[in-house]
Ligand binder design. Structure first.
Ligand code: NAP
Ligand code: HSE
Length: 428
């Protein structure tokens, strides 16, 4: 039986370039292990004159993505361009042409997932996206297959390598711009790193995790997201002093018959397992009544680990091509309610810059109490004109916290509300 599968690439940068190099260099080993003869047939890039980290025969590189999709020798398309446009329409065209698609593009799946999954189903071909969440960590397939029968209650974790790398480097004294530049150089960041630092990349991943975990489609727009761009070194130091670490968390939870997914910085206790996850490593907790707590952890960004996950999908899709059977999506999505982010109670860390005078603490506590927010602990730092008050509250909804913060901000003894950060502790 001929086991040759022609592969066409849309994009050959950090991830695509690494995968092409592996397919060329490791071809005998991959073939010996899988029985497949995977051939790189056509590769679309923006600039064909750019120097590449891989070598392919002349004529394989093209600047026209149609040369990939319409090529009769391409049996499987790998999309590693990134972004929604033009990647989305190209993926839709490939699926409509009956070609399986493998992608690492979380932005695209989170934005157009239902439409593309339906297109794959109507052509009977796979649309695989293991590398879209967690880089080299297997998490999509476990959720969509191994855990398909589990009534998952929560998925929570660190799902963006760039921001976790930046926060880890800042803990060692490196500046934010230096750490971001390193993350870009190391191939962790998105082509536009705003997606990383704003929390949008993690929101796409949280949307995908929530959809697969709960079987209700949660699109990107339904995920509240905040990034790390407003975190200051003062809060990172304060967190350390209080025994916490600040992490950017993606959280997807079942609430009654509804679901919620969100991304925001959170203070977590220093002895929490996620607190020790550093650099570009990702870690994802999955909780359910039967499996209790599962932890998936590993390299969450970068060319090598991500290409490894894409390669796994390529091998899977190639087997489906050779089997010639109609492929159906693993998970069926049913309608469900999206629970509003503001209704979910949490503890809060609030840093205030206040006048250092008698009675200030009582007035601040009074304003919190009037808004129905109870204070769990207070620490004062600094003396003279301005002192820092570091408050941690008991659990309160966002609306109550905002009311409290507005009232405190209006007090003449408060110079500034310098930070408000969620605290995730006993919920984990
Ligand atoms: P990248 O290094 O910027 O590579 C993008 C590739 O797409 C480049 O080869 C670029 O061509 C090509 N391209 C972009 N627009 C194009 C267009 N209109 N026509 C033809 N080619 C075009 O990006 P990456 O880091 O490899 O990421 C690729 C995808 O993987 C993204 O969806 C990203 O979210 C996802 N991902 C990345 C990582 C990671 O750690 N980097 C991890 C997980 C998932 P040129 O080379 O000529 O510029
Ligand atoms: N830019 C992403 C990150 C790549 O830093 O996590 C992996 O999806």
């Amino acid at each position: 039986m001929d086991t040759t599968i022609g592969i066409g690439f849309l994009g050959a940068g950090t991830v695509g370039g690494t995968l092409i190099r592996r397919l060329v260099d490791d071809q005998p080993a991959i073939s010996a292990k899988t029985g497949l003869d995977l051939r790189v047939v056509k590769v679309a890039v923006r600039d064909v004159s750019k120097q590449r980290s891989f070598t392919v025969p002349e004529g394989v590189l093209t600047a026209d993505p149609s040369d990939v999709i319409d090529n009769p020798d391409v049996a499987l398309v790998v999309e590693l361009m990134g972004g929604e446009d033009p990647a989305g329409d190209l993926v839709a065209r490939a699926l409509a042409a009956g070609k399986p698609v493998v992608t690492a593009n979380k932005a695209l799946i989170a934005a157009r997932g239902p439409e593309l999954i339906a297109a794959a189903e109507s052509s009977g071909v796979p649309l695989l996206y293991e590398a879209a969440v967690g880089g080299g960590i297997p998490i999509i397939r476990p959720l969509a297959e191994t855990l398909a029968g589990e009534q998952i209650t929560r998925v929570m974790g660190i799902v963006n390598g760039t921001t976790n790398y930046i926060l880890s480097q800042m803990e060692t004294g490196e500046s934010y711009p230096e750490a971001l530049a390193d993350a870009q150089r190391l191939g962790y960041a998105e082509p536009d790193p705003t997606a990383d630092v704003s929390g949008a990349d993690a929101a796409s991943k949280a949307a995908i995790l929530a959809s697969l975990a709960f079987g209700t489609w949660v699109g990107f727009d339904a995920v509240h997201h905040e990034g790390i761009d407003r975190l200051s070194p003062a809060d990172m130091e304060a967190a350390t002093d209080l025994g916490y670490v600040i992490k950017l968390l993606g959280i997807a939870e079942r609430h009654g018959s509804g679901v919620n997914a969100r991304v925001h910085p959170a203070m977590i206790p220093g002895d929490h397992p996620l607190a020790s996850i550093r650099g570009a490593t990702n870690a994802i907790y999955v909780e359910g009544p039967s499996v209790e707590e599962l932890l998936f952890a590993g390299p969450g960004a970068g060319g090598e680990p991500t290409a490894s996950a894409v390669l796994g999908d390529v091998i899977d899709a190639a087997r489906e091509v050779l089997a010639g059977a109609q492929v159906a999506p693993r998970i069926r999505f049913s309608p469900g309610d999206i629970v509003d982010f503001g209704d979910i109670p949490t503890k809060w860390y609030v840093r205030l810059l206040v006048v250092d005078a008698p009675g200030v603490l009582a007035r601040v506590a009074g304003a919190f109490g009037d808004a129905g927010v109870s204070i769990m602990s207070v620490r004062q730092e600094g003396r003279d004109d301005t002192a820092s008050l570091l408050l941690i509250t008991h659990r309160a909804a966002e609306s109550s916290q905002r009311k409290a913060v507005e009232a405190v901000d209006a007090l003449d003894v408060v110079h500034e509300v310098a930070a408000v950060i969620r605290v995730v502790s006993d919920e984990a």
